[in-house]
Design a binder for this molecule. Structure first.
Ligand SMILES: [Cu+2]
Length: 175
């Protein structure tokens, strides 16, 4: 009986610890990264070209609070991603991308959109529609509009397995 009570107490503690970690992560995350921007707030357009496996330009500098429209074009022969986030966010996203490859959603130079929207059986799918990123096949282009915070410390990165490790990321810094 005593052991069961102790177990329940430990479980309750670990749940609240997880909830707290989630809460502080959410708050810090918004402050550090910024938010999706509105088209009428865009002050500048930055063209980004994706190659196998690097970006052009290699880094980007923005003003505090600036809203930027990134026009991203994939001129490589592989699927590439443009994703704005912290290194920790990219690391977490790389695990999701590994699943996408394992499930055949990303196959070298193509994206299987049918598999991407398929229900994985737990209500989740492999949809890739976060406002801070685009995932593009060769020849495709897309826009990301983003409002940066005052103090920027971000990376744009490609989290297709192996690409970040090959150097496919760049720094976003404050001007
Ligand atoms: Cu890539």
């Amino acid at each position: 009986m005593r052991a069961i009570t102790l177990f329940a107490a430990t479980l309750a503690m670990s749940i609240s610890a997880a909830a707290q970690a989630g809460g502080s992560h959410g708050g810090g995350h918004g402050a550090a990264t910024g938010q999706p921007g509105k088209a009428d707030a865009v002050s500048r357009t930055i063209n980004v070209v994706m190659h196998d496996n690097y970006y052009e330009p290699e880094s980007v500098s923005v003003s505090p609070g600036e809203t930027v429209k990134f026009v991203v074009e994939n001129r490589g022969r592989l699927v590439h991603e443009f994703n704005l986030g912290t290194p920790a966010m990219h690391e977490a996203h790389q695990k999701e991308m590994q699943m996408m490859v394992a499930h055949g959603v990303i196959q070298g130079g193509s994206i299987n959109h049918e598999r991407m929207t398929m229900d994985m059986g737990n209500g989740h799918s492999m949809k890739h529609d976060d406002p801070n990123s685009v995932l593009l096949e060769p020849g495709e282009s897309a826009e990301v509009i983003w409002t940066f915070p005052d103090d920027v410390s971000l990376e744009f990165a490609c989290n297709v397995p192996g690409h970040y490790q090959a150097g496919m990321y760049g720094e976003v810094t404050s001007e």
